[in-house]
Design a protein. Structure first.
Length: 240
């Protein structure tokens, strides 16, 4: 593996345009990733690896190169990888087999397939299995860079959203059963007086629970909490 020193990349460190995350609200549940994601190039031809690495690094994107799919699987860092550029035909494990192996391991990273003349059908198979895109040699550099930026932005936004949901769940788990019950009613838009009537307690007791909720959730913006609770309900219902 050949790895280049990471450099700051404005495209890979921000969510894609039009997509909202908690950082768009008045608070941010979790900070953005400290380092930009890298592109991993997997190709058995050194000249192609070096050429693509030089091209991608010209966009201030960190790059790691691998001479085989097996070398990649043995040494890659999934926490830093934002996109793969893989030759579909390689000695040993092919690009298509690498894609299937990653799927088997439940490792989801955007993959751009590089194909030679006559390999389009294999590329179509890869696309059906979830590849981000494919390019036929000779590669159109500007289009490749454009798609790489899109893949990195998409992956960064997805990881940010996952991290926010995990952090929200961690904070939610701190709530007592009664606080969760109060929060459910708050999400429905009910006032403290209405909640007190439903729970057969004093409004002041509800206010104490609400205060505890804000403290444990580390957020005083009820709109943010409500929105995350709605997303949590959708996620929970989808996993049933």
């Amino acid at each position: 593996m050949t790895s280049r020193a990471p450099t700051q990349n404005s495209f890979s460190s921000a969510p894609s345009a039009g997509k909202k995350s908690l950082s768009d609200s008045s608070i941010s549940i979790i900070k953005a990733p400290p380092e930009p994601l890298m592109v991993c190039i997997v190709d058995n031809e050194a000249a192609i690896r070096d050429s693509l690495a030089f091209l991608i690094e010209s966009e201030q994107i960190p790059v790691a190169t691998y001479a085989s799919a097996r070398e990649f699987l043995d040494t890659w860092d999934i926490t830093r990888t934002g996109c793969l550029v893989v030759d579909i035909r390689m000695p040993g494990m092919s690009g298509l087999e690498l894609q299937m192996e990653l799927t088997k391991r439940n490792m989801k990273v955007p993959m751009i397939i590089i194909t030679g003349f006559g390999d389009v059908q294999l590329a179509v198979q890869a696309m059906k299995r979830g590849a981000f895109d494919f390019f036929e040699k000779p590669i159109h550099h500007e289009l490749l860079l454009e798609r790489l930026h899109q893949a990195l932005a998409q992956e960064t936004a997805a990881r940010q959203e996952t991290a926010e949901k995990q952090e929200f769940q961690r904070r939610y788990d701190l709530l007592s059963p009664k606080e969760r019950e109060v929060l459910d009613h708050v999400v429905e838009g009910e006032t403290s007086q209405e909640i007190a009537t439903l729970l057969k307690c004093a409004p002041k007791t509800v206010e104490v629970h609400r205060s505890n909720i804000y403290t444990k959730m580390r957020c005083k913006n009820i709109a943010v909490i409500v929105r995350m609770m709605m997303l949590k309900r959708i996620a929970d219902s989808g996993s049933e």
